[in-house]
Write a protein that binds this ligand. Structure first.
Ligand code: ADP
Length: 479
């Protein structure tokens, strides 16, 4: 049995701000049938500690980046957890990265360096008493928060292979140069050919340079990352390491996201026709009147990445044709305010906040889900849309391009389309795409065919879990 240590700053259902948590939370169960035991190393945020009962102390640290810490083994929500309890770093309420002010905690570099340090320590020494000592065969790190683990492993001469998965290259984990010592990094490694990024230390760059293998969450994003347009300054590093970079698309938890059994929706269903009562419920919930056009949803962080500023500009193209928009999201205050203003229109309704249960009801009740992202490493909401017969309208970028078959004439002729697309993303093109969507929606047979195709499209973890298992095999055989 291959033993994998997964290192992550968030893991659903215990702590989630985005897709990373869903992936980290779903992988262990997806990999178990393939003979892989995955243990998840996670910071001991208050919410995580509150979710476990009877944790077992497996090691202690007198001084872990400025305070005492303990490593606890526990299970929760079916996950085999190693929790880093370090009050000076993680005993803070709310969001794992942001203080009440909405700004990053100033010691984020040290907080997640500590997580990475402990991962490397587990890799070097294993954990537990002699009789039941546990050693990982592979250390699988997620994003910048875990990206220093391969560095510390390399510095300690640990030969266990490491994998770094990029879920979103927009976040580099930057720290001022004068924190290098506090971060336990070697001065020799900090030049421009090393971990330096425009005068600062980049944890992500350091990890990208040192991990045995690199992955990201779709094949298209793997290619895009090596271009100036998408690489966010790290495209050169990634081009240098192209031979160890691959893309493995995310799946979704098809048990939690199953319209036939979902306890969170008004009326479970197996075909697009069964969405009708859920649509009525959704309209009621959002205060939207009956209408003849498509009921569209957005469930998203409200950030520049997601292209929703462009959607705001072109909403008349939708509502002038009887379409409607129900949006659930939070994030950028300017976007929140702009969408709230837009909701003055009777066919636009907006809820600012984060609400997992409501997101299920939206998937069940809507005709279409809009995901006009400027870049999208994988994207999950289009996958929920496919599963729920809610036709995705997506930009052809990253994982959106890899998971949705747009209704081109060829795809329609082959009866294979699962969604609609906008490409390239401009306000004008998005407006045209919304008009086209209304046009297709007005042809119920065509629309239902696309929705049905989507419902049949595999969106679970089976194929991708097999790809991760093969990768673990490759790296363990190589070393
Ligand atoms: P990202 O990780 O960039 O935020 P993804 O599409 O990969 O985007 O994942 C976002 C996840 O967070 C999805 O599971 C989505 O349903 C969920 N989500 C985002 N915003 C909200 C919200 N306001 N309420 C409920 N769920 C949300």
């Amino acid at each position: 049995m291959t033993q994998v240590l997964s290192v992550t700053s968030e893991c659903a259902p215990l702590m989630k701000t985005g897709g990373l948590a869903d992936v980290a939370g779903a992988l262990p169960a997806a990999l178990a049938p393939l003979g892989i035991r995955m243990r998840t190393l996670l910071p001991g945020y208050p919410a995580v500690l509150a979710a476990v009962t009877k944790p077992k102390v497996v090691s202690t640290y007198d001084d872990l980046f400025g305070g005492a810490a303990r490593l606890l083994a526990a299970t929760a929500a079916g996950l085999d957890l190693l929790i880093l309890e370090a009050a000076h770093l993680f005993d803070r309420p709310g969001n794992p990265y942001l203080a009440d002010t909405g700004h990053d905690w100033p010691d984020n570099p040290e907080r997640f360096a500590a997580l990475s340090w402990v991962a490397a320590d587990i890799a070097a020494k294993g954990i537990g008493a002699r009789a039941d000592k546990w050693h990982p065969d592979v250390v699988h790190c997620h994003d910048w928060q875990a990206a220093l683990a391969p560095v510390y492993m390399q510095d300690a001469g640990t030969e266990i292979p490491s994998i770094l998965t990029v879920h979103n290259i927009a976040f580099h984990g930057l720290a001022p140069m004068d924190r290098a010592k506090a971060l336990r990094l070697k001065a020799d490694d900090l030049g421009p050919d090393g971990y330096e990024f425009w005068g600062q230390i980049s944890a992500l760059k350091a990890g990208l340079m040192t991990a045995t293998r690199l992955t990201t969450v779709s094949k298209t994003y793997a290619r895009e990352l090596m271009t100036e347009e998408f690489g966010m300054g790290l495209d050169g590093v990634l081009r240098d390491r192209a031979h160890v970079l691959s893309g493995i698309v995310n799946g979704i938890d098809t048990a939690t996201w199953d319209p036939a059994t979902d306890p969170l929706i008004a009326e479970p269903y197996k075909t697009p026709a069964g969405k009708k009562p859920n649509k009525a419920t959704l309209r009621r919930e959002f205060g939207l009147p009956p209408a003849g056009g498509p009921l569209c949803i957005v469930v998203s962080r409200l950030t520049e990445q997601k292209g929703l500023d462009l959607l705001l500009q072109v909403l008349p193209a939708l509502v002038d044709r009887g379409g409607q928009l129900a949006l659930l999201g939070s994030g950028d205050p300017g976007l929140e305010a702009a969408f709230q203003d837009a909701a003055a229109h009777r066919n636009i309704a907006v809820k600012i906040g984060y609400d997992e249960a409501l997101s299920h009801r939206m998937m069940a009740g809507a005709d279409a889900i809009l995901v006009p992202s400027r870049f999208e490493p994988c994207g999950l909401t289009q996958l929920y849309g496919l599963r729920y017969g809610t036709v995705p309208l997506v930009t052809l970028t990253g994982g959106l391009a890899d998971t949705v078959i747009p209704a081109s004439p060829a795809a329609m002729a082959a009866r294979a389309a699962t969604g609609l697309s906008v490409n390239p993303l401009t306000a004008h093109a998005l407006s045209d795409a919304l008009i086209e969507m209304c046009h297709v929606f007005a042809q119920p047979k065509l629309w239902t065919l696309i929705a049905k195709n989507g419902m049949k499209h595999p969106v679970g973890w089976d194929a991708s879990a097999t790809e991760y298992a093969a990768l673990y095999d490759q790296v363990t055989l190589q070393t």
